[in-house]
Every structure is written in structure tokens, then in C-alpha cells.
Design a protein around this ligand. Sequence first.
Ligand code: 5AD
Ligand code: SF4
Length: 453
Amino acid sequence: MNPEYELALRETGRIGTGKKYFIKIFGCQMNENDSEILAGILESLDYQPAARIEEADLIVINTCAVRAKPEQKVAALLGKLQDLKREKKDLLIAVGGCMTQQEEVANYLQRRFHHVDLIFGTHQLHRFPALLKQAAESRKTVVDLGEEENREGLPIRRASKFKAWLPVIYGCNNFCSYCVVPFVRGRERSRPFREIMAEAEQLAREGFLEITLLGQNVNSYGHDLQEGRDFADLLNHIDRVEGLKRIRFLTSHPKDLSPRLIRAVAEGEHICEHFHLPVQSGSNRILEMMNRRYTRERYLELVQAIRESIPGVSITTDIIVGFPGETEADFLQTLDLVEQARFDAAFTFNYSPRRGTRAALLEDDVPQQEKSRRLERLMELQNRISRETNEALVGQVVEVLVEGASKANPEMSTGRTRNNKLVHFPRGGEKEGEMLSIKITQGRTWDLFGKRA
Ligand code: 5AD
Ligand code: SF4
């Protein structure tokens, strides 16, 4: 256990006895992992999870700052919680994550939403018990965006019994011109190799089958350590941890994706054949303005190299439309790249200026309506390609890790293939976390159907 945390816990005591908590998550997998740590901390204070937000005595909102949309959702939720707080005087509301890590936003939230009891950043999870106690005892909003970080050995309550997140590197050094992440999550900090290995081994002992290694840019793992190990080494070692069946990783930056990494995925027994490789744009002019440090040609070469080395690999991406100065010709380059790369899926976003970033100094000159039109055209193209890619799998037998009952149809079960595609198949007594061979019978844009092979 983390000694600093243990000390804090001793001072705080079991302030959650008889109380329930609810965590509302906006944002990425890193936020989900942070939320699992928060849940672990709250349960060590004796809080119990609430099934619905209205039943909670403590609501924690873990925010995301990467685009305007999730920020607007947080503001809307906070507005709604005002009424709940009026009804329930003892309700505690805490807001943390990437939005609040920015001082101006924290100040704004404090002024605008008086019913928030605690505002905390992304760094001091280990101080959460002390902050919570302070907030419970104070009538004013407690704000703490302290910089010092201490994440090792904190309790964690994972959302799944067989899948786990495993952060390997925090922060980002890339400063893509549109992106707020380096400002809120700070510079790159790799976790020591042996700590990651110890956690992977612990997870395997606890019966976890799948782990996903997390980082804004996993490919720069190790550069800041003097351990002489890179991400490919890490993958090779984790691949040998007994009991783990699937190893995934997110996110890869195209400029740092090494032949060694491609080889590690090609040769690794449990390393899943999937790359999330955000391209952001297909126009060299825009890529340059985004400070991405690769060209469309280089990106397409990488895609080709990956596909040649790894049969059945899936490649997904992120794309932004309507970056400042993006013309129709630039956008057509993006469509053309999408056509050539034939992604399995793409997450597509309208550009939104983020405070403090270099792109925010440029005029946001693509009209909202035009952004939406481009997004629509892009999604239409990608949806067709996704459907075609999935239809091409019909007849294949794939390994599926069962995740549970299908959300849309309780007669069906759902699982994922190694290359991260969702498969539905008729229920037949299988359990969560079981590995099955499934023959694909139908492919659609977002998912596949199949039956036991
Ligand atoms: N506007 C729109 N999309 C953005 N992303 C990051 N910053 C912005 C922004 N300012 C997208 C990128 C990134 C994903 C996580 O979010 O595509 O890969
Ligand atoms: Fe943002 Fe670029 Fe870092 Fe990704 S690599 S988190 S897009 S700055």
C-alpha cells in the first residue's frame, strides 16, 4: 500500500460508513482507470456504490477537457444537480479530472456552481480522503489542484472481473497544436518497468484475462527512464506473464510507431492484433499545422507495413474535421486517405478550440454548419468501409472473449474478437470471461453476428 495514502486514511477514518457514492465519468480510458482508483479509495473509506445517481450521498464527476462537447455535458449535469442538492442538504458533490486541472476552469466552476463542495485535479488522487473530509466539514468549495503526484499502491475497484486497464505512461510531450492534454496531464512520466510488471502479475494472479496498456502515446514509453527499455520490450515481457490471455494497448502516435513494435505484435502470443493509430487529417498542410510530424505518405506506409506483417490486424483511427484553415481540398485529402487506409473504424470529431493551445490562436474559420457537413460525409464513407470490412469476415472462425449478455437482445451473448470487434451470438450457457470459437455469419457497420463453431 501507498504509505502517504495510508497515513491520510488513518486521519480521515471511515467517513463513508452508511453512505453511498456515484461516479460519473466523461472521457477516455485513463479517466476510467482514475475513476476505478477513486472508487477503490471511497470503498476504503467504507462508502458503498449507489445504483443510481439520485441515491448517492456523494457524487464524483470525473471530467474531460479534450473537446467542447464533454465540457458542455459536465456543465449541464452540474446545473441539474443544483436541484438534487437543494433536496438533499448533506449531498457532497466533487468535480475532478482534466477540466478542473485547468485553473481558469476550476475558478469558473467555483464561481458558477456554488453547490460544488470539492474541486480537485488529476494529480492528487492519493489526497482524496483528506480533501473529501475537508469538503464535508467546510461550507465553502474546497479547491486543490496540487501538482505532486503519487499514484502507486492506491486501492482500486475495477469495473470488470476479467478486463483491466494498466497505465504505463502518464502525460504527453507532443503538443499537437489543437490538443489540451499536455497542459492538463503534464509531461510524459513512464511508470517504472518493474512496477508495471508487478501489477500485470498481480492482475494475472487475481484471474484477469485481458489487460489494456494505457498512455496518450504508449510508443514513447521508457524514453524518460534510464532503464533501457522501450514499449516493445514491455509488451514482450507482459506477453510472458502466465494467465494473461489478451494484451491490448492504446494509443499509438504514428510518428513513434517502430518496426520493433510491429514485430512485437506480429510475434507475441497474447498481444492482440489491433492498432489505434490516430491520423487526424489526410492533408499534409493541415498535419503540419497540427504539429503531427508525419505526412500522409508516411502514415499510409505505416498502415501498409502493419497490414503486411500482421494478418487479420484491425486499425482504427481518430480524425478531426474543420481545423482552422481546412479547405474543401484538404478535406478531400482526408477522404482519400480514409479510402486508401481502409480503417476498421474511425472516431470522428468536429474541431473545437481549446484554451491555451496554439491552434486556439488561429481563427476558427470553418463554419459550424460546414464542419458538420464534412463530418457527415466522412462518417458516411467510413461506415461503408467498416461494413465492407466486417462483411468480409463472414465464414471465418474467430476467438471471442465473452463479455456478457447482449444489451440489445437478452437471448444473445456478446464478446470481442482479438482485433477488438464486437460479436453477438445465441446464448448457450457460456460465462463472462470464457473464450469461445465463433463462426461469423453476418457483418454490419459496428458489429458482427456469429454462432458457436
Ligand atoms: N477538437 C476536436 N477534436 C480533438 N481531439 C483532440 N483535441 C481536439 C480538439 N481540440 C480529438 C483527437 C484525439 C481525440 C482523443 O480527440 O482526434 O485523437
Ligand atoms: Fe494530444 Fe497529440 Fe498528445 Fe495525443 S499525442 S494527447 S493528440 S498532444
